[in-house]
Design a protein around this ligand. Sequence first.
Ligand code: ACM
Length: 533
Amino acid sequence: MNPRHRESSVLLGSLLLATGSPGAVEPGEGGGAAPPSTPALGRVIPAPASVEPRSTPYRITADTRIRTRGAPGVQEVADHLAALLRPSTGHPLPVEEDVPDGIRLLLTDGEPDLGDEGYLLDSGPEAVTITARRPAGLFYGVQTLRQLLPAAVEERTEQPGPWTVPGGTVRDVPRYGYRGAMLDVARHFFTVDQVKRYVDQLALYKLNTLHLHLTDDQGWRIAVDSWPELTTKGAATQVGGGAGGHYTKDEYREIVRYAAARHLEVVPEIDMPGHTHAALTAYPKLNPDGEAPEPYTGVEVGFSTLCVPEEVTYHFVDDVVREVAELTPGDLLHIGGDEADATPKDEYAHFMDRAQALVTRHGKTVMGWHQLAGARPVAGAVIQYWGYDATSEEERRQVVDAALAGAKVVLSPADRSYLDMKYTEATELGLDWAGRVEVRRSYDWDPATYLDGLPEEALLGVEAPLWTETLATSAELEVMAFPRLPGIAELGWSPRATHDWDGYRQRLAAQAPRWDALGIRYHRSPQVPWPQQ
Ligand code: ACM
């Protein structure tokens, strides 16, 4: 049975209670003399690995300077910080080299424990100093600094302040190297500006991967020069019959550039051999029956397939993978492989063998939905698990066995991390085939113990997919992503010891004024003690 059609009459499973963290500093405590509108040191999402508050805060004033030392990538982080702070503070905040105080962004060769993404943030009366080994670490330190300032810092017009940063030290490194969000731009098309808006939201929570689901039955959204009708014919509509759309190569490059400037890598997904109806409308020779079907604007799945026995299929896959790989600086290329219900069972593994070989030949690492684990994943392939509580033991076992044989795993359990699942019965948007997923259920699980027997070193991290069968605007994306997206980001970043629902929901509530300032619509879940509006 197709899982998307499964009845979702009950909330599956029970809520797990986190075991708490006796040794950890309670996030949200401390902050000393800071005025009440200033968040306390540590009242940040994702929770920092460790926090030592002191009572002497730093204040941004008209005289504050941002100090860098011209290493590659540092100037960009400084400019990003200045662009964030100038409109709301009204201060000039010049970016300069070698000033002794102010906001200092420093790269170091020391501190090996910080790795490529960790940072130290030290705040006191003279300076806020962010130290990291790489620009990515400085960028994440800046996101922490941003959340330590009052929410009004997010406004784009001048605000009264004061702009006080609580005193102390934050030492922070991510738990996982893969912290992703997926956006489905195939069911409904989203413009470059809409994708950028979402990227900005991901960056605030230290996510580092934007997975773009670029192709599906309803539309093909990326230009491929050698198969031009994929976008002249295959992009012409979307769910509900709207106009659809696609990215030119330059537009895709612009998304990649914009994401990279925020330390997110783009993972493009070309979903095959199923979910290919739009391609078949453009090129009927790829269809097993050779016929050109009508465009599809509904929300069913599992009815289309590329023709596995025909050699033209592999010319097509070769060209598409080559062109998409050329456009994509990141290492991963996702080839889908899910819900290939219209592909004969004895042909699926053969198709995935050949598609994987082409990805490898074009210099990328294969990523696929976890059905790939039931075929023959190539060495080092990344398997994205999207099962849920009702997924069979056998299917889970295949993923664990693949990992034991050398595959890597990203976790996207549909009844925890799928941002398009309804929160409750009353949620207007979204789907509910995996159950209804309120904020606590989405946050309160541990990736490390989620799949029984999964070796620790195989788990790359987590990803929150956002499917768009029912979502057509940025406001609709946001009301499903917020407030669950920050919770998945925290599972990806914060150490297990900080994981605590009661502390988390306080920190989550404190984000609401920030979302209001940013114009982000969110679900006011009764599980979270939101401030009065
Ligand atoms: C999926 O939700 N079909 C990966």
